[in-house]
Design a binder for this molecule. Structure first.
Ligand code: NAD
Ligand code: ZN
Length: 410
């Protein structure tokens, strides 16, 4: 089968690899029809992880079940399924408590497994024609009828929307509270989208990339452009000096200043300044336990200088970690099915698998307009640059409601 393979820093290729197949009777085999490139893939692409050459990448996957092992009961051939990026057993102590991002079974010696990712177990990714799904009954989210016509919405359930949602959950964001989000990449945009769905009173998103800040505005949040001055000062100005009730970190260890110099501690320390006393911060941006390619001595060991004094003084708290996708994907799926959410607003490109190497390059360079790429291994489904309907300032949530009340299906 054809798959996108990691061959070294900034070098990914589409190659013929051995076919994915059923290895355990609890597996199923999925023919992939939509698979996203994620900001997390870029850490590997840039050579900033230990990922081995030959790994098939891709952890945001959707497709149709073409074969099920003899022990699979619930999932049937023909089901259209979205796969959480976490691979979980469903029966370990962490899975039992809903922490499927920290499964103790699937990646022995560590907590948490994923498709096509460094240090997350031996599993191949789904930027390929087929994918093996372990513990299919537990891991597959079977999508409602008609999902094939809305794949760009449903594929966002594999990672990026639940992860944005998780940031707001880790921050314990309540209706009526305000939140500041650092990073307007796909994760930050979905944190903002989730905060709006939850009824936040103010949603502020910091970045410097104009196309992403435009999207922030389109979904009904307030952009803060940190190339125009301190984001903390701008937020204070927007909130009468108070700052935000809650904060979300959606950038990770490759956070940089506007001239491009990396400072892993930058967003975290800005959040300490931005959030009101007794507030809470949710961290979903990735911080690895070591980063040998960093130029900074501390950061090489996965450490940072953190404003603990101010953090303590303000009585702040924080939560962090991988998203437990399964904790949210069914409810978020129901929002799509009910026409109350349209997460495909983020998709800028639908491309064939063969175009993936080029797409990695553009997405990695954060080229204008490359907000989210969905790869279509069945090239007939690749539409190229995707028309965004949302040129207006109307939030995609409200826009969708308007479309529905006008009698059309979005
Ligand atoms: P992305 O790289 O596309 O977006 C990051 C954004 O942050 C960019 O728009 C960039 O301009 C902006 N940025 C950089 N430095 C900044 C700073 N100092 N202040 C404000 N903004 C800054 O990536 P993404 O797909 O949105 O992912 C974001 C992070 O979330 C990555 O670290 C990714 O690995 C991580 N992630 C975590 C999980 C999880 O389960 N916890 C899941 C998916 C992704
Ligand atoms: Zn991802």
């Amino acid at each position: 089968m054809k798959a996108l393979v990691y061959r070294g820093p900034k070098n990914v290729r589409v190659e013929n690899v051995p076919d994915a197949k059923i290895e355990q009777e609890t597996d199923c085999l999925v023919k992939i029809t939509s698979t996203n490139i994620c900001g997390s893939d870029l850490h590997m692409y840039e050579g900033r992880t230990s990922v081995e050459e030959g790994k098939v990448l891709g952890h945001e996957n959707l497709g149709a079940v073409v074969e099920a092992g003899s022990a699979v009961r619930r999932v049937k051939t023909g089901d259209v399924v979205c796969l959480p990026f976490n691979i979980a057993c469903g029966y370990c102590k962490n899975c039992e408590r809903g922490y499927t991002g920290f499964c103790l079974t699937m990646n022995p010696g560590s907590a948490g497994a994923a498709y096509g990712y460094a240090e997350m177990g031996p599993y191949q990714g789904g930027q390929a024609e087929f994918l093996r799904v372990p513990y299919a009954d537990f891991n597959c989210l079977v999508l409602p009828e008609g999902a094939e016509d809305q794949e760009d919405d449903y594929v966002m359930l594999a990672d990026i929307w639940p992860t944005g949602y998780h940031a707001t959950e880790l921050a314990c964001l309540q209706p009526g509270e305000s939140v500041v989000i650092y990073g307007a990449g796909p994760v930050g945009l979905f944190a903002a989208y989730s905060a709006i769905l939850k009824g936040a009173s103010g949603v502020y998103v910091v970045d410097r990339l104009k196309d992403r800040l435009r999207l922030v505005e389109e979904i009904g949040a307030t952009p803060i452009d940190d190339s125009k001055g301190s984001p903390v000062e701008q937020l204070k100005e927007l909130t009468g000096g108070a700052g935000a009730d809650k904060g979300c970190e959606c950038v990770g260890y490759q956070a940089h200043d506007v001239s491009g110099d990396e400072h892993s501690n930058m967003t975290l320390n800005n959040l300490v300044e931005s959030v009101k006393p007794t507030g809470r911060i949710g961290i979903v941006g990735v911080f690895p336990s070591e980063d040998p390619k960093s130029k900074d001595k501390l950061e090489k060991q996965g450490k940072i200088t953190f404003d603990i004094g101010k953090f303590f003084e303000k009585g702040l708290s924080m939560g962090s970690g991988q998203c437990n996708v399964k904790a949210y994907n069914r409810h978020l799926c129901d929002l799509i099915a009910a026409g109350k959410a349209k997460p495909s607003f983020l998709v800028s490109h639908e491309l064939a698998l063969d175009e993936a190497p080029e797409a990695y390059k553009h997405f990695d360079e954060r080229d204008a307009g490359w907000t989210k790429v969905v790869l279509k291994p069945d090239a007939r489904k690749a539409a190229g640059v995707r028309e965004r309907s949302g040129k207006s300032k109307v939030s995609p949530i409200r826009k969708h409601e308007q479309a529905k009340s006008a009698g059309t299906r979005g």
